[in-house]
Design a protein around this ligand. Structure first.
Ligand code: NAD
Ligand code: ZN
Length: 698
């Protein structure tokens, strides 16, 4: 419908409009409408939007405002006057029994208070009962059941007519092919709901697209609505679509039957649907009196949005009583008795201005996309990691591209996709460097790995990252140091390597801006204290590739002095718990590197603790290594807990009962049955408290 040239033109106008939205006036009304129609086509018909929903909403809201201020300009084909159309030539068109409208939107508590005020004005009531349910982010459908049988399924289309997609609807397993409506005296019923794709299925779907080299879809909603329009129903079945049914729009009763009680309120109709075997939001819905409780509820629900297995983009608030609903009526666009409360937007479009290549602590070169800053999900995003070369290829990213980005909950922002349709031809290919952007040495990529690495261990970028890691909280925990100071000291030449942390010239630092006596004292104390950190922290702080905190503990516990690790072979290392070939190789490589040994010797000279205090005791003369102990009776010199702790400190183990596994039973006064039992086992040595103290070298 739109050719390439038109699309580009419209996209350009979109960008301009979004930039100066508040100044947009009646002169631009035609452009605004053209642009909105274009995006509706991309969204509803092609399932491939070029804009984030929130951006579309901004344009739409602006148009509505201009029309409100200039009623003479309203035309019946304005996007504000009807539901965006998604009619598609490939399916027969059918008429809905009752028009399928959109919803009015609200974004904050004030909007909801406004909605409630109007509702109370129209109904003349002091307080209104509302039913609140999630706003499922999928594709709306309409179903007709006659004499308990599903006879027709359709899309919303333009609200008046939709595409007939019965065969595809039958592939959605949560939609029953027959349902006992006759039990309620109903002969024919039209119900509405949303076909959705769960987050899980959506991920699988996009992964499959990526394998075929097709751009990812922006969201589960586009995936769901696209799936419903596939011509091959078997293909639809594979998509694992699900459906929530949330609305009874029309029904005819069997002769002589009267309206069932359930169909006098919205919440009642949800129960009826549930009892007929539909997945209605029966469990998700809440009925609340008055708008104050409603506002609280929608905010609470937004908090738990990320815990749901499917996407919701807001809540829908509906007047619960059907009689009141009728009284309130509808516009050509939306019912007046319902409103959508939209959650904070998570997607936005922006420009990819360039790529920066950053070198990490292990030399990995990570491309970082520099973006024109956008405000999304409560923060301004201006750069996003794009991981590696393959990822860039998969997402088809070029410098100068428009990109759709998403920030869901606390998740790190992601680039959802690039928008190749709106390229101008001036975009530039992203060229991955073959040399380190910092030290210029050649980069390497190991087989089967996606990342390129700089393997020059003196590479300044890596040195800085290593120092930052060394002083960090989980490593040597030098609190007042911090990333910013590491960078600053390094740039000023006050710090050039890890041992440099313990050789800082505080008189020079004292001359820097922002370093008073107090902060220098704090820093000095923190550095000094860190020398005594337990060995496992030091091992972790060295930043050996693949050595996390757990592996660091294992390594530290194996030796009594850090330098013992230089004596271990790859095979020795592999014998240790949870250490595989890859880790063993990496540790071995680290401790056989001459520069690393020099650095370690230097650290030792500077007074950093290299010894494993626990281990020394165990390997000393009084080792209890692997010996088992049990205490019985009352002791005079030691508390039971003290004695037990001593056993463990010296590498021994405690048992809870007498058995052939027991090496020592330590007997105090008034010993009882344990002593009797131990006497019967030859291998158990029975000793007194004094003998125990001697044994541990006390
Ligand atoms: N990104 C784009 O370029 C673009 C273009 C056009 C439209 N859009 C998006 O589409 C929206 C307009 O689409 P719309 O008309 O479908 O409106 P809508 O999605 O804002 O709300 C109405 C729809 O909500 C759905 N819904 C989900 N749960 C519901 C529930 N519990 N009760 C009732 N309805 C429920 C229904 O399908 C209903 O049709 C815009 O707000 C915009 O965000 C985006
Ligand atoms: Zn380098």
């Amino acid at each position: 419908m739109y050719n390439e040239e038109q699309s580009k033109q419209l996209q350009k106008q979109t960008t301009l409009l979004l930039k100066s939205l508040n100044e947009t006036g009646p002169e631009e009304i035609k452009t605004l409408r053209d642009v909105l129609r274009f995006h509706e086509h991309r969204y509803y018909v092609m399932d491939d939007p070029l804009l984030a929903d929130a951006e579309y909403d901004q344009l739409y809201t602006r148009l509505k405002k201009i029309e409100e201020e200039n009623p003479a300009l309203i035309s019946s084909d304005s996007p504000t006057q009807r539901v965006g159309s998604s009619l598609n030539q490939s399916f027969p068109t059918v008429q809905h029994l009752v028009p399928m409208l959109s919803l009015d939107n609200s974004y904050n508590a004030d909007d909801l208070l406004d909605f409630d005020r109007k509702a109370r004005e129209i109904t003349g009531l002091k307080e209104i009962e509302y039913c609140i349910e999630p706003k499922f982010d999928g594709a709306s459908i309409s179903l007709i059941y006659e004499n308990d049988m599903l006879v027709r399924g359709a899309t919303r289309g333009d609200g008046v007519e939709g595409d007939e997609i019965t065969t595809n609807i039958k592939q959605v397993r949560s939609i029953p092919l027959s349902a006992p409506f006759s039990k309620y005296g109903i002969q024919q019923i039209e119900i509405r709901g949303e076909v959705i794709m769960t987050k899980n299925s959506f991920k699988k779907y996009n992964d499959a697209l990526a394998e075929l080299g097709i751009a990812a879809l922006a969201n589960p909603r586009n995936a769901a609505s696209g799936s419903l329009r596939i011509k091959d129903p078997r293909e639809v079945a594979k998509r694992n679509l699900e459906a929530f049914l949330y609305h009874v729009s029309d029904y005819t009763l069997l002769p002589g039957k009267s309206v069932p009680e359930e169909l006098t309120t919205h919440s009642g109709s949800l129960k009826l649907l549930w009892d007929c075997g539909f997945r209605s939001p029966q469990k998700e819905k809440q009925v609340r009196e008055g708008i104050t409780d409603v506002i609280k509820h929608v905010h609470d629900y937004e908090e738990m949005r990320d815990t749901l297995p499917y996407e919701i983009d807001g809540m829908v608030i509906k007047v619960n009583d059907f009689e009141l609903q009728d009284k309130m009526g509808m516009t050509t666009h939306h019912p007046r008795w319902a409103i959508a409360f939209k959650f904070k937007a998570r997607q936005a479009t922006t420009k990819l201005k360039g790529i920066e290549f950053q070198v990490g602590r292990t030399g990995a070169v990570t491309p970082v996309a520099k973006l024109e800053p956008v405000f999304i999900g409560g923060v301004t995003v201006s750069s996003i990691s794009v991981h590696n070369e393959e990822y860039i290829k998969e997402k088809d990213l070029k410098i100068g591209d428009s990109v759709l980005i998403e920030r869901a909950g606390d998740v790190i922002p992601q680039i959802v996709k690039s928008l190749p349709d709106v390229r101008t031809g001036h975009e530039k290919q992203i060229v991955f460097p073959r040399n380190c952007p910092v030290c210029n040495s050649e980069l390497y990529k190991e087989e089967g790995e996606a990342v390129w690495r700089c393997i020059n261990i003196e590479c300044p970028a890596q040195v800085v990252e290593r120092i930052i890691h060394f002083v960090s909280k989980d490593a040597m925990d030098i609190r007042s140091f911090g990333e910013a100071n590491v960078r600053k000291f390094y740039e000023l030449g006050l710090l050039k390597d890890v041992p440099g942390v313990y050789q800082l010239d505080f008189s020079k630092i004292g001359q820097l801006e922002g370093f008073g006596k107090k902060s220098i004292d704090n820093l000095q104390t923190a550095i000094e204290t860190s020398k005594k950190q337990p060995l496992n922290r030091l091992v972790y702080a060295l930043g050996i590739r693949y050595v996390g905190e757990t592996t660091a503990k294992t390594l530290a516990n194996t030796v009594s002095d850090l330098m013992d690790l230089t004596k271990m072979s790859e095979e020795d290392l592999q014998q240790l718990e949870d250490i595989g070939i890859k880790v063993a190789q990496s540790v071995y490589k680290f401790f056989s590197n001459v520069q690393n040994i020099e650095m370690l010797n230097h650290l030792k000279e500077l007074g950093v603790n290299f010894s494993n205090t626990k281990k020394q005791a165990v390997t000393g003369e009084n080792t209890l290594h692997d010996q088992t102990f049990l205490f019985t009776g009352t002791m005079n010199k030691l508390k039971r807990s003290e004695a037990e702790a001593m056993v463990e400190e010296h590498g021994g183990k405690l048992l809870s009962g007498v058995s052939s596994k027991l090496n020592y039973l330590v007997v105090g006064e008034d010993a009882g049955s344990k002593l009797e039992k131990a006497k019967k086992i030859n291998t158990v040595k029975i000793i007194s408290e004094d003998e125990f103290i001697k044994l541990i070298g006390g």
